[in-house]
Design a protein around this ligand. Structure first.
Ligand SMILES: Cc1cc2nc3c(=O)[nH]c(=O)nc-3n(C[C@H](O)[C@H](O)[C@H](O)COP(=O)(O)O)c2cc1C
Length: 197
């Protein structure tokens, strides 16, 4: 099973990306292959903002989403929702880009007050893109992803335990899925993206 990890933070270093990397490590320990992280902040910002789905880097990123059989997506919480960077990328995806895929959403926020943002903001978008199974999201506050003096982040034990549980769900899901990757479809012009309802 090919699992794509998407980092939706514009920041470097990034707590939400640290959650993503902790998840990647556990997936690898379970024998699941993860491609290198798709870091949305490395894509051409002008192409993203102008919805240029045919720009080489953007088109490659979209194709990676389509080829993946499962997706882990991480975002910081900005203004009680997911990041604008993630939004402009999701807006470029074909309507069925997540069809048949399991998706695990991850987020970090400065406070616990917006822990439902994954459910009220991101989940409907993932659903509209055809995700087959959206796993319970994992939300960590900044205190639970602690910046270490020597660099890097330490994830709190309760969050690590939740990541372990989510990875087990992905492993179980993978056991029931065919191995063939989805065939990538042609990039869709932004004007041609249809409504999901
Ligand atoms: C522009 C901006 C808006 C933010 N808005 C929120 C918010 O509404 N709720 C919250 O809990 N944290 C908010 N934060 C804090 C970040 O979500 C938090 O620090 C997060 O861990 C950053 O993740 P990152 O390091 O992956 O970018 C905001 C941070 C920034 C820079």
């Amino acid at each position: 099973m090919s699992i794509l990890l998407i980092a939706g933070s514009p920041s470097q270093p990034s707590r939400s990306t640290a959650l993503l990397q902790a998840t990647a490590l556990r997936l690898q320990l379970q024998g699941l292959s993860t491609a290198p992280v798709l870091s949305l902040s490395r894509l051409d910002a002008a192409a993203l903002l102008a919805a240029q789905a045919h720009e080489a880097g953007v088109a490659d990123a979209v194709a990676r989403v389509e080829r993946a059989q499962a997706v882990v997506v991480a975002t910081p919480i900005y203004k009680a929702a997911y990041s604008g960077l993630l939004k402009v990328f999701l807006d470029l995806l074909p309507q069925s880009a997540l069809k048949g895929k399991a998706v695990l959403p991850l987020a970090t926020g400065g406070s616990p007050h917006h822990m439902l943002a994954l459910d009220y903001a991101l989940r409907p978008v993932l659903q509209s893109l055809g995700a087959r199974h959206i796993l319970p999201g994992i939300y960590a506050t900044d205190h639970q992803v602690r910046l270490l003096p020597e660099g890097g982040y330490e994830v709190a034990p309760d969050i690590s335990a939740r990541i372990d549980e989510a990875v087990q769900l992905i492993v179980a899901d993978a056991a029931h899925q065919p191995q063939a990757a989805a065939a990538p479809s042609d990039a869709v012009a932004f004007a041609d993206v249809r409504c999901s309802v």
